[in-house]
Design a protein around this ligand. Structure first.
Ligand code: ZN
Length: 264
């Protein structure tokens, strides 16, 4: 059994309560028994950020990130920006909060409000700088604008979560100290670009994650994801990099702990 750290998951998602035997609590107990030595539960809005803190308090192998995802930023709207940032600041003071996230830009859906997304993103980058915490970046169909905004905060780094960009951008970012995290899609047949990136990220900058309950790896596409499936992703990355799964597991656990200041 591989010893792995799931660097990005959403165990407070209602699908765990509804579909996993034993609900959220059962799922987190199960994954610990399946070799998952740590889970970083990531907030996407004010409720899920508070839920992440609560799970981290309840489970010794769970840590929390708090932040407002770009889609949730639009739901909150510009009027609630200051209030939202204050809430995130308060949550971030809790023990076991190790990052601000997930934050970023998402231009995937119709009716996007780029100004609102950018305002929340910038305000939370400033908060991360103030609190000296790493950030977890979500970017979809928005890499150019994301890189432009990150460049305004050269003293803030973190991880590009569920990376889907080019190998070239992955190299540029890792040169600046960023970590690059790979999830289920690296196992997909048609994911040539992601596999190329997974091959070139420096050894001390690569992470793995599930983004549970989303993005299940092959052979579980279409099912609900959980950390117990993460070894498929880890094994795919190990094969691409011509490492043993055991070595790749140890490397990614060490990288996750270094980035987030976690002692297991
Ligand atoms: Zn996520």
């Amino acid at each position: 059994m591989l010893r792995l750290f799931d660097s990005h998951a959403h165990y407070d998602d209602e699908r765990f309560e509804e579909e996993f035997e034993g609900g959220t609590r059962g799922a987190l107990e199960t994954v610990y028994n399946e070799g998952i030595c740590g889970v970083l539960n990531v907030g996407a809005n004010l409720d899920s950020s508070a839920n992440s803190v609560r799970l981290a308090e309840q489970f010794s192998h769970v840590w929390a990130a708090v932040g407002v995802h770009p889609s949730d930023a639009q739901r909150l709207g510009m009027d609630r920006l200051n209030e939202a940032v204050d809430t995130i600041r308060t949550l971030a003071a809790q023990k076991k909060v190790v990052a601000v996230g997930e934050i970023g830009l998402d231009y995937h859906y119709d009716e996007i409000d780029k100004d609102c997304q950018a305002a929340y993103f910038a305000a939370q980058m400033e908060l991360a700088r103030e609190l000296k915490l790493p950030v977890i970046i979500h970017t979809r169909d928005a890499m150019g604008d994301t890189l432009d905004l990150l460049a305004r905060y050269p003293d803030v780094t973190g991880v590009m979560h569920s990376y889907s960009g080019s190998a070239e951008v992955a190299r540029q970012l890792s040169d600046k100290g960023w970590y690059i995290s790979f999830s289920g899609p690296v196992t997909y047949k048609n994911a040539a670009k992601v596999k190329e990136a997974a091959a070139i990220v420096p050894e001390d900058r690569i992470l793995v994650e599930t983004d549970s309950p989303y993005l299940p790896p092959v052979p579980y596409r279409g099912k609900m994801n959980y950390s117990g499936y993460m070894h498929y992703t880890l094994e795919a990355v190990a094969a691409i990099r011509e490492k043993t799964p055991e070595d790749m597991a140890a490397i990614t656990v060490a990288n996750t702990c270094r980035l987030f200041g976690i002692t297991l």
